[in-house]
Design a protein around this ligand. Structure first.
Ligand code: RIB
Ligand code: CA
Length: 342
């Protein structure tokens, strides 16, 4: 009898050990190795806070900055600010391209303010930038990475990645997928009648990334304009009562005014945070594989993303295009992750 009890106890121990290894390996397997390329930017800062508050799902290896909403010195300062607000100064910030590949630079100070961030006090963050340029960081990191292991969240113009791909085409090997906030199809653009800002600010870069053959998911205005703030959702964030909730409340209250006025909407989108929500919980979104091309010709359709939604031309499907999203599910996720911060 005693022998049986001994064997039974040993069996229980081995089963529980096996289950622990299984769970931890599944969790470890699910963790996303992530580089966030960004032009903070109000909604970029919200996206950074959300990502940096989710270390069990996102291993944010670095933040790389680019000129876009505002000039590079400001986007880089704001990325360091978001990192400090999230208590994640372990994540390095690399500054990248100060201007687009070909076109003349444009900015969105009318929306994001001269400092690239409104509604909150700005200060010089304690921790500085890394010394090497973001483009060199991308090349070195993606060359050294295991094949198909690194995900890139692209929250601004795609200049940094386009420069890296041009200098080192072999880096596609290290990329798992690139999730882009950008583009517009069904309801037109936000910087021209047909173009969305991130693409319009550097369409040649978007074209280089598209033609590189990396796995691409686009989170366009088609879906971000369905995920809008509201009084109740802003109250949900304010009810957190922590610093992060107060910062995001202040930032979004200012940021959404432009879109609400322009579109006559009752709330505004949090474009870039939708990319992070997709990485954290893709079930919140719907889309389909499509053929997409970017118009790089100067003129009225400059920067337009042309999406063959009904596969009319039967061309290769090169992008997963998201057009649906669970708005309340997004704000519940955003609020819960902000609630983890101080
Ligand atoms: O069109 C919206 C996009 O342009 C967002 O990424 C916003 O931050 C700006 O960069
Ligand atoms: Ca952005």
């Amino acid at each position: 009898m005693f022998r049986f009890a001994q064997v039974f106890r040993q069996l229980i121990r081995s089963v529980s050990l096996l289950s622990v290894i299984t769970i931890s390996s599944v969790q470890a397997a699910d963790k996303i190795d992530l580089i966030i390329d960004t032009d903070p930017g109000a909604d970029d800062v919200v996206a950074l806070l959300m990502a940096l508050a989710s270390p069990e799902q996102l291993n944010v290896r670095a933040i790389t900055t680019v000129a876009g909403n505002v000039r590079l010195d400001k986007t880089s300062r704001n990325a360091r600010l978001a990192r400090e607000w999230a208590g994640r100064e372990d994540v390095p910030v690399y500054a990248g391209a100060p201007k687009p590949l070909v076109r003349s630079p444009i900015y969105a100070e009318n929306i994001h303010g001269k400092e690239g961030l409104t509604g909150v006090p700005i200060h010089e963050p304690a921790k500085g930038l890394e010394s090497i340029n973001a483009v060199n960081y991308l090349i070195d990191t993606l060359r050294a990475a295991k094949p198909g292991s690194v995900t890139i969240a692209m929250l601004g113009p795609q200049t940094n990645l386009a420069l890296a791909l041009t200098q080192a085409p072999d880096i596609t090997r290290g990329i798992k997928e690139v999730v882009v906030m950008g583009g517009a199809h069904f309801n037109g653009g936000n910087i021209t009648p047909v173009a969305e800002f991130n693409i319009y600010a550097d369409p040649h870069a978007a074209d280089v990334v598209l033609k590189s053959g990396v796995k691409l998911t686009y989170v366009p205005l088609d879906v971000t304009h369905k995920i809008l703030t509201s009084e109740a959702r802003m109250k949900q964030i304010a009810a957190l009562g922590n610093t992060a909730g107060k910062l995001v409340g202040g930032i979004l209250n200012e940021y959404v005014k432009g879109d609400m006025e322009h579109y006559g909407l009752p709330g505004g989108p949090v474009h870039d945070a939708s990319v992070i929500a997709y990485l954290l919980n893709p079930e919140l979104f719907t889309g389909r594989d499509v053929n997409m091309v970017v118009d790089t010709r100067e003129g009225p359709t400059f920067g337009q993303t042309i999406v063959d939604w009904y596969n009319t031309l039967n061309q290769p499907k090169n992008v997963f295009w998201i057009e649906g999203g669970d708005a309340q599910g997004f704000f519940d996720l955003l609020t819960s992750r902000l609630g983890r911060l101080k």
